[in-house]
Ligand binder design. Structure first.
Ligand SMILES: [Zn+2]
Length: 147
């Protein structure tokens, strides 16, 4: 995915550990990184989720490392795309890839949900609905670069 940085160079999708107040570490956060000046910013559509997670960590005094792709479904989808090398494509096709992968993931989660329901596992059903809710709101708005 390519966007322009304020220095005029292109930005690419990448992942990094973000540390807040020296104690809260969130690893594998999707960012847009400039290939030229090393500046980076959080992927806009996940900014709110990072802020929310940080607030939760603070409230629970959970210091140390949390892997963002384990707690955020959209980040997990982005990481899959990044690892498969599809993060290098133009922005317009990148967004289409993200939507497609999210839809695939939603279908998979819906299948899992059906299975969890059959086995009567309420905790599992709840976990799956939570994972689904993160993706469906994104797919509905389709605004990867908006907050
Ligand atoms: Zn730059």
């Amino acid at each position: 995915m390519r966007l322009l940085c304020s220095c005029g160079q292109t930005m690419i999708l990448s992942f990094r550990m973000v540390i807040f107040e020296d104690v809260y570490q969130i690893d594998l956060v999707p960012i847009l990184e400039c290939e030229n000046c090393a500046s980076f910013e959080l992927v806009p559509s996940i900014k709110q989720d990072v802020t929310k997670l940080l607030a939760e960590l603070k409230q629970e005094h959970r210091e140390g490392r949390v892997v963002f792709t384990h707690v955020n479904e959209l980040a997990a989808v982005l990481y899959d795309i990044y690892e498969s090398g599809q993060g290098e494509v133009e922005l317009s096709s990148f967004e289409a890839v993200v939507i497609e992968k999210c839809e695939e993931r939603i279908n998979l989660l819906l299948d899992l949900y059906g299975y969890a329901k059959k086995t009567g596992d309420c905790d599992w059903m709840e976990e799956i609905s939570f994972r689904l809710s993160g993706l469906s709101s994104f797919v509905k708005t389709r605004q990867f670069l908006e907050t």
